[in-house]
Design a binder for this molecule. Structure first.
Ligand code: NDP
Length: 444
């Protein structure tokens, strides 16, 4: 049996209870198979695939905290430090009831290749908890964050592992976590990114993932002789990534007509009003029904449905596995030109294949949402040199990084005879750098 098939079969058997992790490994291994086949003897002897699919360590811990009624609550915390061949572990912290070890492993595994693609010295990791910040008071969120860090601080550090935000972890949560880390260790260091601007945060970090997504889409469109101006865009999600993707798409002259949250979605034929969306989601932390109530022409629909809206470009920015095969069929039937992932693995494997087979330009999240972690790495650089760069400086670097990523993944796909297959290109380009570093560092 080919080495790549052998390892995939082993992973499927060993981690049968972790479907998202298997899905991520399968997608990567299948697309990098030509590279593995070409180096089969060396990679097999070095056990490269076994090593890259096994985290350096996975830490699981109890998080006890007291709610506003004096009741002790207990959540589970995770940090998966996957691979630090090219730099300190780097990846966000997800706070959502769906979090389990398999989800954190899938995210940490993807992060290895994404971080490599940025061209910056950062390894792959991810963490989080099944805690749900929704509906909790600020004091409860603080109690949880302090307890979370009281355990996690032992395993992180500016040159060891630098967590960041993700679903459910925004500026408020990072602030509470940073305060507790500082209190326990006495260190004022760049141990977390996504910090507030008055205590070591980077300008443009908040916008980075959404803006970066549009920068790479813009470059791809340009290379295909198209422009963003005048295009109709549908976006899912109404969180950090979605909000700033909407904002940048509109700045580039496109019209974004949808957004969504876990309850329902909005169709706004006049174009989403970003200021209102921010007011509803960031300030009031309310549901999208409030957005619809304030916009007479906007429609609110319960459940899923953004992919049924006719568009030129679709950008899934909410969560994993939110764009299914039927959605892909509908998008193609409606003439979609490009799909780029703002979220991590939002498109199922069948949907991805259908889109690619039908000539849709498809950029996977590990390339198209890498702007967030890239800007986090820029925050780390600013913390190390104890300086703050201007918004324009960070934004220009972000734009340069996203344009580079596009050309790297395009080149890698071409080199292996898969022109236009950005999934293969991203996996190969990300893998090559990490594997070279792993081999150079010996068996570790
Ligand atoms: P947020 O928590 O800010 O927003 C997430 C959005 O997705 C919310 O609108 C949320 O709805 C919705 N959502 C979450 N879970 C579900 C679900 N199960 N079904 C339907 N909708 C859901 O997170 P981010 O915007 O930061 O992250 C979004 C995605 O982007 C994630 O996949 C994340 O891993 C990825 N990502 C984020 C980066 C960042 O810099 N923030 C960087 C790279 C990737 P509701 O408001 O109802 O909760």
């Amino acid at each position: 049996m080919r080495y790549v098939e052998e390892v995939l079969a082993k992973v499927k058997k060993q981690y049968a209870a972790e479907p998202e992790f298997i899905q991520a490994v399968e997608e990567v291994l299948e697309t990098i198979a030509p590279v593995i086949d070409a180096n089969e003897e060396l990679y097999r002897r070095e056990a490269i695939l076994e090593r890259i699919t096994t985290p350096d360590r996975a830490i699981i811990f109890r998080i006890p905290w007291v709610d506003d009624n004096g009741q002790v609550q207990v959540n589970t915390g995770y940090r998966v430090q996957f691979n630090n061949a090219i730099g300190p572990y780097k990846g966000g912290l997800r706070l959502h009831p769906s979090v389990n070890l398999g989800i954190i492993k899938f995210l940490g595994f993807e992060q290895i290749f994404k971080n490599s693609l940025t061209g910056l010295p950062i390894g792959g990791g991810k963490g989080g908890s099944d805690f749900d910040p929704k509906g909790k008071s600020d004091r409860e969120v603080m109690a949880f964050c302090q307890s979370f860090i009281t355990e996690l601080y032992k395993y992180i550090g500016a040159d060891v592992d630098v967590p960041a935000g993700d679903i459910g972890t925004g500026a408020r949560e990072i602030g509470y976590m940073y305060g507790q880390y500082k209190r326990i260790t006495g260190l004022y260091e760049g141990v977390l990114t996504g910090k507030g601007l008055t205590y070591g945060g980077s300008l443009a970090r908040t916008e980075a993932t959404g803006y970066g997504l549009l920068y790479i889409v813009q470059e791809m469109m340009k290379c295909h002789g198209q422009e963003m101006a005048g295009k109709t865009v549908v976006i899912s999600g109404a969180g950090n990534v979605a909000t700033y993707a909407i904002q940048k798409a509109q700045q580039l002259g496109a019209k974004v007509v949808t957004c969504s949250d876990s309850n329902g979605w909005i169709y706004d034929p006049d174009g989403i009003d970003v200021a209102l969306l921010k007011e509803v989601k960031e300030v009031k932390r309310a549901r999208l029904t409030e957005y619809a109530a304030a916009r007479p022409n906007a429609e609110y629909h319960e459940g899923r449905g953004v992919w049924s809206v006719k568009c030129d470009i679709a950008l899934p920015c909410a969560t994993q596995n939110e764009l299914h095969l039927e959605d892909a069929k509908q998008l193609v039937a409606n003439g979609v030109m490009a799909v780029a992932e703002g979220a991590n693995m939002p498109t199922t494997m069948e949907a991805t294949k259908y889109l690619q087979d039908n000539g849709v330009w498809f950029i996977p999240g590990k390339a198209s949402n890498a702007g967030g972690v890239a800007t986090s790495a820029l925050e780390m650089s600013q913390n190390s040199e104890r300086l703050s760069w201007s918004f324009e400086e960070v934004d220009a670097k972000l734009q340069g990084i996203m344009v580079n990523i596009y050309h790297n993944i395009e080149d890698a796909a071409k080199r292996y005879g898969k022109e236009g297959d950005y999934v293969t290109g991203a996996n190969i380009a990300g893998f090559e750098k990490v594997v070279t570093a792993m081999i150079a560092q010996g068996v570790c």
